[in-house]
Design a binder for this molecule. Structure first.
Ligand code: F6R
Ligand code: ZN
Length: 185
């Protein structure tokens, strides 16, 4: 038996098998469109944090992982703070996201390179099918807190995103979050 709790208001996890990680601006080189702007900002700024409960080994088939991602409010130039984004290494693996607190967007890209977004608000539920890359962006001025549940053998493929990037980026265009075609890599 394992014992853990999830704070229903914030998604904060505590207890057995919980791992914490955070991503600073210094760890996100070339993730945002305006790399010069990112490099000029305070490198110790936290862009997002992830907590997850992993009770089986990563890669083991049949299990599930449960997590909470907190994306901070902020922008690099006009681009909202966001996660790196990934495909699952085991491409067919799907995932659920749900928004707990804050305002943002789930950015999705299929393997043909079509990028779309789904608005996120407390209570919004998002099914991410297999073969679809996903990333979170915070478009509000408070922390965006998002729950997630995914298969323990899904894995993460960040490399394909580094190579080709998402085909569109979520930018603040006159105060409106707008998907803008990305410059080709
Ligand atoms: C797991 C998942 C989330 C993300 C988290 C951080 O499959 O989608 O838990 O891992 O939101 O984003 P990345 O992994 O893109 O840095
Ligand atoms: Zn995922």
């Amino acid at each position: 038996m394992s014992y853990a709790t999830v704070d229903l208001l914030t998604g904060h996890l505590e207890g057995d098998g919980i791992a914490d990680s955070s991503k600073l601006l210094s760890q996100l080189a070339n993730v945002f469109a305006d790399e010069a702007c990112r490099a000029a900002m305070d490198q110790d700024t936290i862009v997002y944090e992830v907590q997850s409960q992993q009770l089986v080994k990563e890669g083991e088939p049949g299990g599930l992982f449960f997590g909470t991602s907190n994306v901070m409010p902020g922008k690099v130039g006009q681009e909202y703070f966001m996660t790196k984004g990934h495909y699952h290494a085991k491409r067919e693996c799907a995932e659920y996201y749900w928004c707990i607190q804050g305002k943002g967007a789930l950015i999705l890209m299929d393997e043909a390179g079509n990028t779309t977004m789904e608005p996120m608000f407390p209570g919004s539920l998002h099914y991410i099918p297999g073969y679809v890359a996903h990333r979170l962006a915070n478009t509000g001025d408070e922390v965006l807190r998002v729950g997630a549940c995914w298969p323990s053998d899904a894995g993460h493929d960040y490399g394909s995103i580094v190579e080709t990037s998402f085909s569109a980026r979520l930018m603040d265009v006159d105060g409106v979050p707008t998907l803008v075609p990305a410059e080709k890599k």
